[in-house]
Design a protein around this ligand. Structure first.
Ligand code: CP3
Length: 357
């Protein structure tokens, strides 16, 4: 069995699987070469190109899993919000008031997903065909809150005190509930497309989760996650979900950990680099596989320094009892940054193989 799938069951007694979020991206010469010929949008929407981009880091660095090459904002494009990359994502309009919900296209989610996001299924099929059988293929979608932040504000980077009021207003004035009504069935269908194409698991990226306090997260976010994951699990019980959240900590993870697995059918938590990995494995590893969490900024450092940091972090896992180690997926606390030297990625994957023989 593929080692990532084994780890998602918390039963991997062999070398832990390793893959990085944004492993196919601008830091990589393979990506850059394709980007010189094609726009990012073309790379996502042409299944042939998407498969080629996704395969780059497998061929070059020998990661244990490929990730679908795509982006998480396509459901917003499907809903009629208009999407461009110039080079960062730009939407045609934002949900500035509840009335803007009327501007979203009213189609049935199933046909909408198939017609507007169907290219992801093709990309998954082609990537799977090119991938060695021992490597896993990961699909992904954006978590509802993260998509909501993009739909409302175009990003989540302007977090200041004024934004809190904004966020709270957006969550309570009808925009959040109206958005969920539209986006949850669409995300369910989006996940179904990837599952039908043959992904082994699906990552749910909640990059904006930590913008909310644990109280607001509990009240507004967890019910939407729980609903989405249940809808998916009913249809594809054999395609587990990895929930990555950024800016969160054990206070948030405890809320998730307290939910029975039928209420929150998620196999793994991806944790950001500000958490202590071994503590999270100890506290949550009885219920979730844990993925992470090398600091993405450390990959900008000279190899000697990066090597020391990775050695320390990975030793903290090696020292754990075998059943906890069996639940670890080696990765970063967020995505690979564009300025990262490719050699650092190559060395890290190589070093992981040597350390966990
Ligand atoms: O290799 C992989 O991990 C798969 C590809 C992937 C991309 N986006 C490609 C991409 C994945 C998994 C994503 C997820 C994604 N997209 C997230 C969640 C994860 C995270 O990074 O927090 C978010 C928030 C987005 C939305 C998005 N797409 C942003 C904010 C940006 C611009 C920021 C940036 O890094 O340039 C994009 C564009 C994007 N998505 C690029 C890539 C390779 C860069 C495109 C380019 O200019 O070449």
């Amino acid at each position: 069995m593929r080692r990532l799938n084994q780890a998602l069951k918390r039963e991997n007694f062999d070398r832990p699987p390793v893959w990085f979020m944004r492993q196919a991206g601008r830091y990589h010469s393979h990506y850059q070469a394709i980007k010189r010929e094609h726009s990012f949008m073309e790379m996502c929407k042409s299944p042939t190109l998407a498969a080629k981009v996704a395969m780059g880091p497998i061929q070059d660095f020998d990661f244990d899993a490929a990730i679908l090459f795509s982006d998480l904002l396509f459901p917003l494009e499907a809903l009629g919000m208009g999407l461009e990359y110039s080079p960062g994502p730009k939407l045609g309009f934002h949900l500035q008031s509840p009335a803007d919900l009327e501007r979203l296209v009213p189609d049935d989610p199933r046909s909408l997903a198939r017609q507007a996001i169907g290219f992801q299924k093709e990309a998954v099929i082609l990537t799977r065909q090119q991938l060695p059988t021992d490597k896993a293929l990961i699909g992904f979608v954006g978590a509802p809150l993260t998509l909501f932040f993009y739909a409302v504000a175009g990003s989540h980077q302007k977090a200041d005190s004024a934004r809190f009021d904004d966020t709270f207003t957006a969550l309570t004035d009808g925009r959040w509930s109206g958005f969920l009504k539209r986006v949850l069935p669409l995300l369910e269908e989006n996940m179904a497309l990837q599952a039908e194409g043959g992904v082994d698991s699906i990552a749910l990226f909640d990059t904006c989760a930590g913008e909310l306090s644990p109280e607001l997260y509990k009240e507004f976010v967890i019910p939407s996650l729980s609903e989405l994951c249940q809808r998916h699990a009913r249809r594809f019980p054999d395609v587990p979900i990895v929930y990555y959240s950024r800016g969160t900590n054990p206070e948030y993870f405890r809320l998730l950990h307290s939910l029975p697995s039928d209420v929150f059918p998620v196999a793994a938590l991806g944790i950001d680099w500000r958490n202590t990995l071994s503590d999270c494995l100890r506290e949550f590893g009885d219920r979730f596989a844990i993925q992470g969490n090398l600091d993405p900024y450390s990959l900008l450092k000279p190899w000697d320094e990066l090597k020391l940091e990775a050695t320390d972090l990975w030793n903290s896992v090696l020292e754990l009892p075998a059943p906890l180690r069996a639940a670890w997926i080696c990765g970063l606390g967020h995505g690979v940054l564009p300025q990262v030297p490719e050699e650092n990625v190559r060395n890290l994957v190589q070093m992981q193989r040597e350390m966990f023989l």
